[in-house]
Design a protein around this ligand. Structure first.
Ligand code: ADP
Length: 255
């Protein structure tokens, strides 16, 4: 905001003062544009599975359901579409939490069992890709944090490391304390170019849309990581090299 005032005396001897206020609307416009882009991205992402669902139900109702093989095949596709919708909605809701209106309670998290529980839900992919996973953090480490915000951070980083690892890859997960609590996920996967590193925390940004969508990605995971880390008063950093792998480091305050 620019505030100016001008004072002058006219020939008639009267004293005049002119007041002017100019608002810089650039930031407001930027926010408006971001909001519009977000809504249009959300609509686009939601439309794709819904269109597919409608197409398959119509074909089934038109008679395709009489063939048991086609029926099973179509139902499987429809289930995938529904799961995708479920994930999108869940992540969009997660992103809309701003933390100001909700008060989360602190919980003590035992890191080892916590990480192992998350890994368990990806055991099929870990097995199929023949991944080696090493947990370096001490067995006894516990960290007091707002679980509802902490869990999605860790889950998304581990999920990405698994998703973007190649066959026979190695993932290391480390956590502990310095002046802050740190949580590090390192993978020997496809890596991210410097150019893309600048954008991957943006909502819906994906380096390779087709690859990400194919593996169930929404492009929202890292924006959630970024938002929640900030809400917890911490930072997230990336160190990555194309073809060599990536390291994500989250630092959070100690209570
Ligand atoms: P997605 O649901 O597509 O994984 P994210 O927001 O989690 O969305 O990540 C954004 C993009 O950043 C991904 O599409 C992928 O291209 C890239 N990315 C994220 N994590 C990694 C990783 N560990 N290795 C390589 N690329 C990654």
């Amino acid at each position: 905001i620019l505030d100016m005032s001008l004072r002058f005396i006219e020939e008639d001897g009267n004293d005049y003062q002119v007041l002017g206020i100019a608002y810089d609307l650039t930031r407001v416009r930027q926010l408006e544009k971001m909001q519009k882009d977000f809504v249009s991205n959300v609509s686009h992402e939601l439309k794709t599975p819904v269109t597919s669902l409608l197409g398959f139900t119509e074909t089934l109702l038109d008679g395709a359901k009489e063939d048991p093989e086609t029926l099973t095949q179509f139902l499987e596709i429809m289930q995938k579409d529904a799961l995708r919708l479920q994930q999108l909605i869940q992540e969009i809701l997660q992103l809309s939490r701003d933390g100001k209106n909700i008060s989360y309670n602190d919980q003590e998290v035992s890191l080892h069992p916590f990480v192992q529980e998350i890994l368990r839900s990806y055991r099929k992919t870990i097995k199929d890709k023949h991944l080696t996973i090493e947990i370096l953090g001490d067995e006894t480490i516990t960290y007091v944090t707002k679980y509802e915000l902490f869990y999605p951070i860790v889950k998304n980083l581990i999920e990405n490391a698994i998703q973007y690892s190649q066959i026979d890859g190695t993932i290391t997960i480390d956590f502990g304390f310095t002046d802050m609590f740190y949580f590090i996920v390192n993978d020997s996967g496809i890596g991210i170019s410097l150019e893309d590193q600048e954008r991957i925390f943006e909502r819906f940004y994906r380096v390779d849309k087709a690859r990400s969508r194919h593996s169930g990605g929404t492009g929202l995971g890292l924006s959630i990581v970024h938002n929640y880390t900030e809400l917890l008063g911490g930072t997230v950093m990336i160190d990555s090299h194309l073809g060599l792998g990536s390291t994500f480091t989250v630092r959070l305050p100690i209570k």
